[in-house]
Write a protein that binds this ligand. Structure first.
Ligand code: CTP
Length: 445
């Protein structure tokens, strides 16, 4: 019996896929089709698939051409599969001509003619797009626009900044056609808005954007007052709009898997969490003051993320210890007491700490090395070191593409309840910032 194997993503299954499978099947007696997993696609930088792996497998199955379907999870799997299944022929479309010649050592490699005029990429481009208007043109907005170009179905259609010259330079740098002279002009060009303006303007811009019927992705810290956060979400809900906070760590593959892994009990009951994020800055490089400045405002939400994710939102109390310089906290340690556990974080501009995350449990602990908030790697460690395990993940580019992809999906699928960073977690973060700004349980060092 002659066995053939072929691989693909098979997103938005089309005639070109069918023809290829048919041609591959005609080469022998038994066809194995490898379908890439969502994670493998992410790792390869394919951020844009519209169908998930189950839907893509179903589409291949429905052709009736595959005798066996396998999922492709990692680089190098093709050689393993060829040997494992005793494959005679590896077949793939001619767009890969030459690329898989190295497999000739293991079986015959055949490049089959590709069907002209159709591809998943083209089909995706015909689907509705998320036209984003950007408010603010600082360094994070630069990174955002670069990253957005990696996410299909997202277009940056216009940019607004009160300083119009800066806005023009930004648009030139990024090849964006439209410089908006006013918010209304920006709104006329987009269905969604990314807010990367100074923190004190977030509430106002979010509200105006939502009232204008735009979906919103707002940089972190979102707002520093829980009543404002609740009000904005109420507006979003009643107008059927997406409102998401761009806290990039929450959307990254490593952090997402860390969450499900730890929740599955690999380190037993979690008893302590400590997260740290500090950057030494010179005077003039940071925003002063205790309302919209200081290291707590700047980085507090990142370090609260693992605490709220793993321990939930029902802490009993919180204490802050801040090293001040005038009105500005240059270092803050916060300690949360829960019923059966304790969590803490450190943020700082004038003090340097190890920027790691440690989650300690009754059976072992998780160590996420610095900088844990953009991690592609962590370790689960036990008393018996032989049982330690290392986990590696993609963290491509600046890591913003994951949140952008989630935002685009929320808008396109009208699915507004993001589980990577929930509305309740966002309210809780705003509440902590509010308590801190009121100096409740704050001990100045
Ligand atoms: N294929 C083909 N003819 C097409 C499109 C794809 O023969 N018009 C083949 C590819 O060469 C590959 C298989 O179908 O062997 C699966 O390809 P996949 O990458 O899933 O499909 P594409 O449409 O090429 O997807 P994309 O545009 O995302 O690259």
């Amino acid at each position: 019996m002659k066995k053939i194997i072929t691989y693909g993503t098979y997103d938005l299954f089309h005639q070109g896929h069918y023809n290829l499978l048919k041609r591959a099947k005609d080469l022998g007696d038994y066809l194995i089709v490898g379908v890439t997993t969502d994670n493998f696609d992410l790792e390869r930088g394919k951020m844009n698939t519209c169908n998930n792996v189950m839907e893509r497998i179903e589409a291949v199955k429905a052709t009736g051409l595959a005798d066996q379907i396998v999922i492709e999870e990692y680089r190098g799997q093709k050689i393993d599969d060829i040997q494992k299944y005793g494959v005679d022929i590896f077949a793939i479309g001619s767009d890969w001509e030459g690329y898989f010649d190295y497999l000739n050592e293991f079986c015959q490699v055949i490049y089959l003619p590709r069907t002209q005029g159709i591809s998943s990429t083209e089909l995706r481009q015909e689907r509705p797009t998320v036209n984003i208007g950007v408010i603010g043109t600082g360094s994070i907005a630069n990174r955002f626009v670069n990253e957005a170009s990696n996410v299909n179905s997202v277009i940056i259609s216009s940019v607004y900044n009160t300083r119009i010259e800066e806005c023009s330079v930004f648009c030139q740098t990024h090849n964006i056609d439209h410089v908006a002279n006013s918010l209304d002009e920006l709104f006329s060009k987009c269905n969604s808005v990314y807010i990367a303006s100074p923190y004190k303007t977030h509430y106002d811009y979010c509200k105006k954007s939502l009232l204008a019927g735009k979906n919103v992705l707002c940089e972190t810290p979102f707002v520093l007052d829980s009543a404002e956060a609740i009000e904005l979400y109420e507006i979003a809900e009643s107008n059927h709009l997406a409102l998401m906070v761009a806290l990039k760590t929450a959307y990254c593959p490593a952090f997402r898997h860390l969450f499900s892994l730890v929740k599955s009990g690999v380190i037993g009951d979690i008893v302590e969490i400590n997260a740290s994020s500090t950057t030494l800055l010179e005077e003039g490089d940071y925003i002063e003051g205790n309302r919209y400045g200081g290291s707590m405002v700047e980085n507090g939400c990142f370090t609260m993320l693992p605490i709220f994710k793993f321990f939930g939102l029902d802490y009993q109390n919180i204490n802050f210890y801040s090293k001040m310089k005038g009105q500005t906290d240059m270092f803050t340690k916060a300690v949360f007491r829960y019923d059966h556990s304790v969590a803490s974080f450190q943020v700082g501009w004038g003090v340097k700490t190890e920027g790691n995350l440690v989650i300690s449990g009754t059976k072992g602990y998780v160590y996420v090395p610095a900088p844990w908030w953009k991690t592609d790697y962590f370790e689960v460690r036990y008393e018996d070191q032989n049982q330690n395990k290392k986990y590696f993940y993609p963290y491509v580019g600046d890591g913003l593409r994951y949140e952008i992809k989630d935002f685009a999906l929320a808008v396109l699928n009208k699915d507004y309840h993001n589980t990577n960073l929930t509305m309740q977690e966002i309210f809780a973060m705003a509440k902590v910032q509010e308590i801190y700004s009121k100096e409740i349980n704050l001990y100045k060092l």
